[in-house]
Design a protein around this ligand. Structure first.
Ligand code: ZN
Length: 225
């Protein structure tokens, strides 16, 4: 069984043959999230950058379950200092696990939190799970790298921030989707807070006009792949 579940905001949970991979687990304080990690087996926790709505509960979950946090070196070292298990990686680096691989890719964004003035570079991540490629863009502006990522890695699912203000808005995210050529687009990072409200139907229409499929997952809704 292979499942990609939306937890809310930028948080996703991927299950593959008994392994569980959390991405950006912002659960506590997330008005949209209803996810009990204690009911799941968590193997790895991938964190795109240090902002609290992405690092989220990663350290707590790592300490409770022994799951490894995967993040760029500066952020991984911070997590280790806080008592979590973590593996550091550089932008461009790829790590292999039993369930597949994760490659860290550029994002145009910052990375810090009140305790960590510099969290290294913000990232997007590309997962390859037995040939199914899932690209989680993290928080980012529209950037030319989307064309490169589309051409080189052909992500099947592109998970893109659409809420504006901190990241791309729906118009920029639709352009990013076109640059990536991904068949299926999953929006994220919208409607969690008043300043990232997005007209989801408008985004669905823009993506469908481009001949791509849009999957606006509701919280705890999943796709099987
Ligand atoms: Zn951020």
């Amino acid at each position: 069984m292979r499942k990609l579940t939306y937890i809310g905001h930028s948080a996703f949970f991927i299950e593959k043959d008994g392994d569980g991979i959390l991405i950006d687990p912002f659960i506590t304080g997330n008005p949209l999230a209803n996810f009990d990690y204690k009911q799941k087996r968590i193997s790895q926790i991938i964190v795109t950058h240090a902002h609290s709505d992405h690092l989220g509960d990663a350290i707590v979950i790592s300490k409770a379950t022994g799951a490894q946090i995967i993040a760029v070196f500066e952020l991984a070292n911070y997590c280790i200092d806080k008592g979590a298990k973590a593996i550091g990686v550089g932008i461009g680096g790829k790590l292999n696990f039993k369930w597949g691989s994760v490659k860290f890719l550029p994002a145009v964004h910052t990375s810090s939190n009140p305790d960590l003035p510099y969290g290294g570079l913000a990232a997007g991540v590309l997962l390859d799970i037995e040939g199914t490629t899932i690209y989680h863009a993290g928080d980012t502006a529209l950037m030319p790298d989307f064309s490169m990522i589309g051409e080189l890695y052909n992500p099947y699912y592109a998970i893109l921030p659409i809420g504006g203000y901190y990241t791309m808005d729906i118009e920029d995210a639709a352009i990013a989707a076109k640059m990536l050529f991904s068949p299926e687009i999953i929006p994220m990072h919208y409607n969690t807070f008043p300043n990232i409200k997005a007209d989801i139907q408008k985004f669905v229409n823009l993506i469908e006009e481009q001949g791509q499929k849009c999957l606006p997952l509701k919280v705890n809704e999943y796709v099987e792949f």
